[in-house]
Design a protein around this ligand. Sequence first.
Ligand SMILES: *Cc1c(COP(=O)(O)O)cnc(C)c1O
Length: 393
Amino acid sequence: MKVPLLDLAAQYRPLRAEVLAALERVLDSQRFILGPEVEALEKEVAAYCGVPFAVGVSSGTDALLASLMALGVGPGHSVITTPYSFFATAGVIARVGATPVFVDIDPETYNIDPAGLAAAIEQARPELRAVMPVHLFGQTAEMGEVMRLCSAHDLPVIEDAAQAIGAEYPLGGVPRRAGSIGALGCFSFFPSKNLGGLGDGGMVTTADEALAERLRRLRVHGSKPKYYHEIVGGNFRLDAIQAAALRVKLPRLDSWTAARMARADRYATLFEQAGLTTEAARVGLPQARHRAAGGHYHIYNQFVIRVPGQGRRDRLIEHLRRHEIGCEVYYPRPLHLQPCFAYLGYPEGSLPEAERAARETLALPVFPELSDAQQDWVVETIARFFIAERPSS
Ligand SMILES: *Cc1c(COP(=O)(O)O)cnc(C)c1O
């Protein structure tokens, strides 16, 4: 049985007529850049995330880039982030001329470790201008601790929520959605995210009206009024076609999230039943830290397992590929060890948990349309791998 990592065609099939009607609406209007569809999506995403303002932009990367620009981060400044994320998180810091400062991750959640963050904040002053936690795989970073540390030092927090739209964190016991906690929240509508468009797109959320206004200006080359520039921005605009399609999908997002969470729970049961989670922890399952608080504690943009043992994760990948089961490593090389960041001077071994995660983790299929039979087959196939791996006695 073939099991893809993600099946966007299955998601599209029941939406086809509605998506096509939305596209037709845009085509008939011949308004392709920003405009009423984008404004409507901004309102809907702001309401969904529980923030007053949302600004549509061209991608998740540009959401992060424009956010740094809006905060005035540039040469001579530094920004703390995680080394275990998609490249854009650190890439944008370098692009504005600032220095990324990496803090190792919590090995259970793969998110930035608050203790390490506290130490780094003490060391990096006074050039430190912002902190950018990532809500990796769909689970929010430890935002209570992050906000406490950053507020104490007057540091703005930019949430990289590209993988976490709708994920919740119990801030002081009250569930708050990703992107509504820090000064700015950045989202991506890349097709493989939980809310994916028909191409590139992104959004920045904020409760700060002045920041929202600055972002709106930055996305049109900093102009206001048109052709008058007090600041330098870029072309970070969202297309009407993307907004129209996303508006068809957004009302379905919560039901998709519920399906992803149900798939994750079912994986946990199947892995346990197959005896894969015991015996020297052969397979480490994702840990949802605030599960007891209820709500969308983890929205499983990815279901990432940990497979310890010398080379074992890579042998499992080969086994799964041979059996046509989709899987992927997010991410095989942590950011501090990327050649383009060699100048930062982080040697191998300097951020051991990020490096270990890069060696040991593997994402399995977890999309809403994944069938029980497909899921059973994924776990059975993994179980057979471990039987074959067992040293003969
Ligand atoms: C996808 C992603 C981005 C970038 O989003 P794009 O829309 O692809 O530019 C940034 N950060 C994280 C954590 C992501 O997963």
